[in-house]
Design a protein around this ligand. Sequence first.
Ligand code: CP
Length: 329
Amino acid sequence: MGSMLRGRHFITTQEFEKSELDLILDLSSDLKRRFATGEPTPLLDYKTVFLIFFDESTRTRNSMECGITQLGGHGNFLNPKTMQTAHGEVARDTARILSRYGHAIAVRHCTFKIGNAYLRKLAEFSEAPVLNLQDDYYHPMQVMADLMTIREKLGTNTRKLKVGISWAYAESHLKPLSVPQSQILLFPRYGMDVTLAYPEGFDLMPDIVETAKKNAEENGTKFEISHSMDDAFKDADIVFPKSWGGFYVSDDKEEIMRKVRENRHWICTPEKMKLAEKHALYMHALPADRGREVVDEVIDGPQSVVIDEAENRLHTAKAVMALTMGGRP
Ligand code: CP
């Protein structure tokens, strides 16, 4: 079963055939059922995944740690500040050593123009799969959980569903581009029409947008860009209002935050939700800036599926680990 994915690096969904992503989704659902019934799933007995977090995390770290435990293996959490990385040890050496000890190196590194390059360097030298736990460009673990949740709620035929991916106001921190970039790449491959909306100054990376457009063309779906939040919500089946920093447009974090504050009206409210279909799902990778990105009435309301979406991080993470670290010998 795992022969197509065994030993592969999982850095962006774009590097996987749709049939391979389907396999991840199938196994995620299977592992979810088996977890619900308490059935043991010792697919990765005695295997170790190293978990290197350059950035904070609640869902990703814990879904990976619980996930590997449930598969019979061990997650070794590593803070780069306590590794020799802090003294300048290079990715090449970290990759060569850790991949002699264990069975995957999973990394979160979201610093713009640095994170993905670090993962690619690890992948070049690692003898074991490198798993992306979010970098500056991609968050493949999140988008697989998003897709699993959409299929559970609206059915596996996702063709012609309209997805509104909108920038939203937040001040907690400047969030990476990786979630919306992963969504615009993946959803057209599953037949969904995407409207991407953001204020001036919050462009995503042009090469990723071009690839997303190509994915849409190849799959006969619509991909539109707008500077109005309403366009993303209008008649949508699913909305993802979420903040991201304008990292592509500016290197100056104060300048980006000034632009963020100019757009504090980009908030997901019940009025915005009324523009979408009655059955529309409100989704968010979390953490959400409550009262800024979204008001409580929406995120705690009947259209919100954020807790199921977060739960699915566990099942999809387990499937990715089982297929890349394990699989047919
Ligand atoms: N969605 C997500 O990646 O959550 P964490 O930042 O808590 O891992």
